[in-house]
Design a protein around this ligand. Structure first.
Ligand SMILES: Nc1ncnc2c1ncn2[C@@H]1O[C@H](COP(=O)(O)OP(=O)(O)OP(=O)(O)O)[C@@H](O)[C@H]1O
Length: 264
């Protein structure tokens, strides 16, 4: 499946800062942050709890307005949410009155994708997340992990140019998580989507990202930014051997140091 051709998939933050008013006090959640993400990058973002990762993602998604600075996505200033940006939240967000299939079909229906293609696309993603047998169930009949997989299928079926994912695999069992990591990487390779992926797992950040960012708290800021291109760029490293590469271990150690520097 290909993403809509000709769309600019870049993300640009220029001195973007965010403070929240809490009890009459202005608390800085995100310090002035400047960041450029090129079209087709798979950026993973790690950092301790409360360092501002979700705030950054919500600003890009158009759900939170920055206190200052400017945000450009797909070449346009962000004014609010947009269909070219698909957002996977930490908690599953599904329409409770729709079946699993109808939930996944929401994007293609909105885009007026012809029925046959819509069905094929929906079947593909239901299969991918292991919910083909639950297509006619309602969300309340699913476990939390299954609801999360349904949310992931729904966002990917909308074929957004930019995918913003907030700890999407955090609630999944290890096997499902590994399988979906592989599927996501494959979709990314095939479509050239731009991905921003928040995770608490250092291994997941290094394994998935073509670029790894680490944030530190009080106030939230990016303290580490490095490329991670194992088995990519024409290197013929089998997937199962990527984690054994010395460079993989080195980057993992660097990311861990960046995260724990502040905690220590
Ligand atoms: N709506 C809000 N009102 C007040 N404070 C907020 C709000 N949203 C976030 N914050 C504060 O901003 C800071 C950053 O929160 P954020 O959710 O972005 O962190 P995070 O890195 O995503 O954390 P986690 O990994 O636990 O999800 C925290 O101190 C949080 O309490």
């Amino acid at each position: 499946m290909t993403s809509r051709a000709g769309h600019d998939r870049s993300i640009s933050l220029d001195a973007v800062a965010k403070s929240f008013d809490v009890g009459g006090e202005s608390l800085p959640a995100l310090a002035a942050t400047t960041l450029d993400i090129a079209p087709g990058e798979f950026v993973t973002l790690a950092g301790p709890s409360g360092c501002g990762k979700t705030t950054l993602l919500r600003i890009l998604a158009g759900f939170t307005e920055p206190s200052s600075g400017s945000v450009t996505v797909s070449g346009e200033a962000v004014q609010g949410p947009g269909h070219e940006r698909g957002v996977v939240f930490q908690q599953p967000t599904l329409f409770p009155w729709l079946s699993v299939r109808r939930n996944v079909e929401v994007g293609p229906r909105f885009q007026r994708v012809p029925a046959a293609e819509r069905r094929a696309r929906t079947d593909h993603y239901l299969e991918m997340v292991g919910l083909a047998d639950f297509a006619d169930h309602r969300p309340y009949e699913l476990s939390g992990g299954m609801q999360q997989r349904c949310q992931i299928a729904r966002v990917l079926a909308g074929d957004p140019d930019i995918v913003l994912m907030d700890e999407p695999f955090g609630a999944l069992d290890a096997l499902t998580r590994e399988r979906l990591q592989g599927e996501l990487l494959q979709i990314w390779r095939e479509t050239g989507k731009t991905v921003l992926f928040i995770t608490h797992s250092v291994d997941e950040a290094v394994y998935l990202g073509s670029r790894v960012l680490v944030m530190s708290p009080r106030p939230g800021r990016i303290v580490f930014d490095a490329p991670a291109r194992f088995g990519r760029d024409g290197q013929s490293v089998p997937v199962e051997e990527i984690r054994s590469l010395p460079e993989y271990a080195d980057l993992t150690a660097d990311v861990r140091r960046a995260i724990y520097a502040d905690v220590a």
